[in-house]
Design a protein around this ligand. Structure first.
Ligand SMILES: [Zn+2]
Length: 96
């Protein structure tokens, strides 16, 4: 009985590069994740990080720390920017 080769092995002469998408602790989807600063036991995807209600108090958001949502007064433009930045990022990740 043959076991499947470990990740990173070459299969049929083609070396597969595996991008590790972890499971987001918040939404449960497999996406690129980073460790949450406020909750180090969690891995958060960009979507959940940006949508996080604690982002306003988070000293170091895992994703796009520069896209801080101003306390209380969230400007629509900022949201649009965040979304655009996200789409760019995911496009890059998916496109390899
Ligand atoms: Zn998520």
């Amino acid at each position: 009985m043959r076991l499947t080769p470990p990740r990173g092995d070459s299969v049929n002469g083609v070396v597969r590069v595996t991008i590790f998408w972890e499971r987001c602790s918040i939404c449960g989807r497999h996406r690129p994740t980073r460790q949450c600063w406020l909750h180090p036991e969690r891995s958060v995807c960009p979507y959940c990080c940006i949508a996080c209600p604690e982002r306003g108090v988070c000293p170091r958001p895992a994703w796009y720390p520069s896209l801080r949502l101003a306390e209380r007064s969230v400007k629509r433009d900022e949201r649009g920017e965040a979304k655009k930045a996200l789409e760019e990022l995911l496009k890059r990740l998916e496109g390899g």
